[in-house]
Ligand binder design. Structure first.
Ligand SMILES: C[S@@+](CC[C@H](N)C(=O)[O-])C[C@H]1O[C@@H](n2cnc3c(N)ncnc32)[C@H](O)[C@@H]1O
Length: 292
């Protein structure tokens, strides 16, 4: 299958990063390398782009798409480990970091990755296939209350309790193996209605967030990212839903406070909204400048 992913807010991100030709940049969510290619195009031979993705398939695609550039390092890892990754590369600080959070269209569209409620596949949803926990484990082993909580908190699904109850009822008879089985169970609680989004959308988002532990470490990742910037460095974050957005904004606000209190550093905080399909994608850009 072709790796299709349309890069979001490309111009805004590149402008926000304010790329210096000899600078060091991190793309912490390299995916299909759409943003990375624009960064790589703007840096000189003295500059460096560090591309991180937890999905090995994305790293393979990015390597192929960026093969003409010599100054790119590809790292198969989780950007939540950003400090350790930089330590391993013996780099103290960088000029810019980009985080385009969430899944790629490729991951969603590829049936055998088990992310999608649109086609049938084994319930998997792992961005990093080397991790052990899969969506099948979550659906078949979590207690009813845990499932309801996840579906409510990560999916903002009003019918979380009813869906969790149906899942537990169904799996009492047979293990739930496929995305289609899960869709059918959800549709028993929430039948499809014309003009409304797919009834399984919110539950699938919730299970995916749980499998990939997308929210809990995010606050610290943003704090670590801000700490890893050089003076004048830029952090640009694209968020996809309110849970990510909240964690990112809290980290920005707390860093702002800490920096105001500890030194004469000013922070410029920009926020802009953007609609991608039916979802909101937002940019947070922070810029650290020392008072002269
Ligand atoms: C929205 S896509 C990025 C698309 C990319 N900006 C482009 O233009 O092609 C998100 C990517 O980030 C990766 N990802 C998500 N969470 C991650 C994490 N915690 N650490 C590393 N990569 C992550 C996913 O595997 C996916 O490939």
């Amino acid at each position: 299958m072709k790796f299709n992913h349309k890069s979001v807010m490309l111009t805004e991100c590149i402008e926000g990063l304010n790329i210096k030709p000899d600078g060091i940049y991190i793309d912490g969510t390299m995916g299909g390398a759409g943003h990375s290619k624009e960064i790589a195009n703007r840096i000189s031979n003295k500059g460096l782009l560090i591309g991180i993705d937890r999905d090995e398939e994305a790293i393979c695609v990015a390597k192929e798409r960026l093969k003409e550039f010599k100054n790119v390092r590809f790292i198969h890892d989780n950007h939540d480990n950003i400090k350790n990754i930089l330590q391993d590369l013996q780099i103290q600080s960088v000029d810019g970091i980009l985080l385009d959070l969430g899944v790629s269209s490729y991951q969603l569209d590829e049936k055998n990755r088990g992310f999608s409620y649109m086609g049938n596949g084994i319930l998997d949803m792992r961005m990093d296939k080397t991790q052990t926990l899969t969506a099948k484990d979550v659906i078949n082993t979590y207690k009813e209350e845990e499932l309801a909580k996840i579906i409510y908190e990560y999916g903002e699904e009003k019918f979380s309790r009813q869906i969790a109850r149906k899942i537990v009822e169904y799996r009492g008879k047979k293990k739930i193996e496929t995305t289609q089985e899960l869709v059918d169970i959800i549709e028993e609680v929430l039948p499809k209605r014309k003009g409304e989004g797919h009834p399984a959308k919110r539950t699938f988002q919730a299970i995916r967030i749980e499998v990939n532990n997308e929210i809990k470490p995010l606050y610290n990742t943003i704090i670590q990212s801000i700490d890893s910037l050089k003076s004048g460095g830029r952090l640009c974050v694209l968020t996809f839903h309110s849970l990510e957005d909240r964690a990112v904004k809290n980290a920005f606000v707390d860093s702002c406070r800490k920096m105001y209190m500890s030194s004469r550093i000013t922070i410029l905080y920009l926020w802009s909204g953007f609609k991608r399909k039916n979802n909101n994608k937002k940019t947070n850009i922070t810029n650290r400048k020392r008072d002269k």
